[in-house]
Design a protein around this ligand. Sequence first.
Ligand SMILES: [Zn+2]
Ligand SMILES: [Zn+2]
Length: 301
Amino acid sequence: MALPLSSILAPNETEFSGDFTTETIMPLINRALPLARTLNPQLPRVVVGRGSSGRTFLGVNVDLRGLPLHYSIHAEQFLVVNLALHNERKLNCLAISAGGTFFYAPCGHCCHFLQEIRDASNTQILITDPLFRQNSMPLSTFLPQKFFSVYNEVPEYFARLLDHNRRNGLTLIDPNPIREICVNSDSCTHLKCRALNAANRSYAPYSNCSSGVALMDHQGKVYSGWYMESVAYNPIQAALVDFVTNGGGHEFDKIVQAVLVEKRVAKFSQVARARNIIKKIAHDSCVFKVLHFQEPVKSSE
Ligand SMILES: [Zn+2]
Ligand SMILES: [Zn+2]
């Protein structure tokens, strides 16, 4: 069992940690390390990020035993999910390290994910340069030519990954008695409600294939997360981040039920990927269900 640690600092801890400098970040990097679930013998990468609300968040590598490396959740992507789960809108600064001494640039995949956050080009990233000096550099340094390179920053009316007022208007297609969706579907313990609620917050502007996942552990506690993608089509399923963040340090084999909600005919389906993950990491008896949603009817006007 991993250590149960919080991946978000309490407000007084953030205040105590002070400005975002190498001296203040190092203890936070060390604090994040035990949260990591890496199978690689090298030190895991962990990240510390400060959001526009002033809150401080942690992110860690999560490898999934028995699955290819591209199923692993990078620490930066863990942080993005952590921001989303806590309704943080923007990321002001970021530090990526393995031990708190050297600070690294995000990988290409993660640069694209970070770029999906509003005003991300200005996110300051702490870096150790070749002369071992620490500097802050904006994300735009590492991704100077974006896919939408005509924009320095995408217009305000474009949806962005952390827009927390997003509701996709999806409803379940119900062939049988599982009809009712709770009003408090973001906090009830029905997997179908929680997975649908997650799908309604899904960020899939490029594939238009939203989905959501809810997981239940052996004690009946529910975790959920929604599909997010970058313009480079790298996907994250966030429910596992919720489990690592709030699962009290339990291993993934404590997951006993899982529900995925997605479009009935999805061009890019998550079913095979989700089933693979559940089969490899959840309890042997874990029940995996797939439900489908329908999208709101678009007005012709
Ligand atoms: Zn990465
Ligand atoms: Zn419910």
